[in-house]
Design a protein around this ligand. Structure first.
Ligand code: SF4
Length: 82
């Protein structure tokens, strides 16, 4: 889907989650056949220092929150199960 729209749509001026620009980008992602794969890929490989624009239907703040939540819920390395 990304290749079928102007890439600028993913970089709206306002990243307010209910702004018209974010909603327009979300509409593209919502109809994308690879949304799940895109989201998994961005959560696994996105450089936090380069977290810009809308990707996989999420704003940078939403991706940061999702990434932090996934780290909080994963077992800590070196932890010992009770
Ligand atoms: S879900 Fe990913 S691949 Fe699909 S349109 Fe959105 S950013 Fe592009």
């Amino acid at each position: 889907m990304c290749t079928q729209v102007d890439p600028e749509i993913f970089y709206p001026v306002s990243l307010d989650p209910i702004s018209s620009g974010v909603l327009a980008a979300r509409r593209v992602c919502t109809g994308c056949p690879v949304l799940a794969e895109c989201r998994a890929d961005v959560m696994a490989h996105e450089d936090p220092a380069r977290r810009w624009g809308i990707t996989a239907g999420l704003t940078p703040v939403e991706r940061r929150t999702l990434f932090a939540a996934s780290r909080d819920s994963s077992p800590r390395s070196g932890a010992v199960a009770a």
